[in-house]
Design a protein around this ligand. Structure first.
Ligand SMILES: [Zn+2]
Length: 111
C-alpha cells in the first residue's frame, strides 16, 4: 500500500489538471462537475505511485507513467511518451501508405 501523500497545488499540477480537463469526463469517472473533478484529481494524485523508473531514459518519475510500446515493453515517463506517440503515429501512417500503395498497384486508389 503506497503511503498517502499530502496534496499541494503546484503550477505543474494546475497545468496537468487543466490538460486532463480537456480530455473529457472519462478521465474523471464520467463526472462533469468541476468540484467533483478536482476531488477525483486530488485523490488520484495522493495515491499515485512515486519514483517509478522510466524504461526508456532510466529516470525516476512520479505517477502512473505511459505504455512505452511499440518502442519498449514497459512504462515510460511523460517526457519519453512524446517519442512513443510519434512512433505510433509514424507506424499508423506507414500502414496507411502501405495500404494505399498496395491498392494503387491493384488499380484501386480510393481508400
Ligand atoms: Zn523517460
Amino acid at each position: 500500500m503506497p503511503k498517502k501523500q499530502k496534496f499541494e497545488w503546484t503550477d505543474e499540477l494546475v497545468m496537468e489538471f487543466a490538460r486532463a480537463n480537456t480530455e473529457g469526463s472519462y478521465r474523471f469517472n464520467g463526472e462533469s462537475k468541476i468540484s467533483k473533478k478536482l476531488e477525483i484529481f486530488k485523490n488520484q494524485k495522493e495515491h499515485q505511485p512515486k519514483g517509478q523508473i522510466c524504461c526508456m531514459c532510466d529516470n525516476k518519475f512520479d505517477g502512473y507513467g505511459n505504455n512505452a510500446e511499440p518502442l519498449k515493453a514497459g512504462i515510460c515517463c511523460d517526457c519519453c511518451n512524446t517519442e512513443v506517440i510519434m512512433a505510433r503515429v509514424m507506424g499508423t501512417l506507414k500502414t496507411i501508405t502501405d495500404d494505399y500503395e498496395k491498392n494503387k498497384s491493384n488499380g484501386k486508389t480510393n481508400i
